[in-house]
Design a protein around this ligand. Structure first.
Ligand code: DON
Length: 321
């Protein structure tokens, strides 16, 4: 297809998006009643169950938003994509993949089952909780405080938003109740996977999970991944291409946890979910997408959010296959 033709198709799609997005959001909204707001982190249980918002951003910075797009939420597991990228930038591939594997698990995101079953006892991938905790310990910094400051600085840069902060209530709530993550971290420590102390690693991990954003921040972060590490709006490279390739591959194979196969089949684009009901996704080479709707299905993914992305993918033939 020549360049002029592909520009024309992009323009048509953008027009269609602008005129129909609100209607598609309204249609997906009914799926908010199919799920339950996460409550294992008590502070997250306060999130409203009737929210659904989306922002889609193109390479020129044009945005189309619909629903409750101003709603603020914490990144939770979405942060794992960007801490993985930081660990790769700080330590390189060889060190990172001596601490975490490259394979999906098929188990729940907080499972510890395979840590004991499979030698050498490293987490299967960097997006399950065990893997992300191992990755947190690889972020450069003399202590957790310095690691968290660097993480916040990097996330602000990628989101192009210097006001991003940690939601302290969510941080404290998770820290007070994270018995399973604590046991995962002790297990990893015993297996020789963590260099630092359990309490320090967990402080770093809970901090990046508690960074607060809205759908526009998510869309901007996704846009940088969609453009292989370049922020196309500022025309500035923020991440080496190879590390974005690794991150997107994990998003595709493990980003929606043990529903990643189903999502790949029905939606067909890289995505990462968080238990706040958020999903960061993208159309490679084109759009960054941020979606939020707190009620989750059994696998920990937003019910209305997944439905809405499925609808959009169908309408615009977004599947990579
Ligand atoms: O460690 C946890 O359980 C949370 N901070 C993050 C988990 C999460 O978002 C899983 N996503 N679907």
């Amino acid at each position: 297809m020549d360049l002029k033709m592909s520009h024309h198709i992009e323009e048509q799609s953008w027009k269609q998006l602008t005129s129909h997005l609100a209607e598609w959001v309204a249609d997906s909204h009914k799926h908010t009643t199919d799920g339950h707001v996460a409550s294992y982190i008590p502070e997250l249980a306060n999130a409203p169950s009737d929210v659904l918002g989306i922002c889609i951003m193109d390479a020129g910075g044009l945005t189309v938003v619909a629903g409750d797009s101003d709603f603020r939420f914490t990144l939770q597991s979405i942060s794992k994509v960007f801490t993985l990228i930081m660990a790769l930038m700080d330590r390189g591939e060889a060190i990172v993949f001596s601490k975490v594997g490259m394979e999906p698990t098929g188990d729940d995101f907080n499972s510890m089952l395979k840590l004991e079953l499979v030698e050498p006892g490293i987490p299967f991938n960097p997006l399950i909780n065990a893997g992300a905790i191992a990755i947190s310990s690889l972020i450069a910094g003399k202590d957790s405080e310095e690691q968290v400051a660097r993480i916040l600085q990097f996330f602000r840069e990628v989101a192009h938003n210097p006001t991003l902060e940690i939601n302290q209530a969510v941080f404290q709530s998770e820290s007070d109740t994270a018995h399973r993550n604590r046991s995962l971290a002790y297990f990893l420590k015993d297996n020789g996977v963590l260099d630092s102390e359990v309490d320090d690693v967990l402080r770093t991990y809970f901090s990046h999970c508690s960074i607060e954003v809205n759908c526009t921040d998510l869309a901007r972060m996704a846009l940088v991944l969609a453009h292989n590490g370049v922020d196309p709006i500022r025309n500035q490279r923020l991440i080496p291409r190879r590390f974005v390739q690794i991150a997107k591959t994990f998003m595709f194979t493990c980003g929606m946890y043990n529903a990643s196969g189903e999502f790949a089949m029905n939606v067909g684009i890289p995505a990462k979910s968080g238990v706040s009901g958020s999903i960061l996704s993208m159309v490679p080479g084109q759009y960054g997408i941020g979606v939020v709707s707190p009620p989750l299905n059994r696998k920990g993914n937003s019910t209305a959010g997944v439905h809405l992305l499925g609808k959009l993918s169908q309408e615009f033939d977004w599947s990579l296959f």
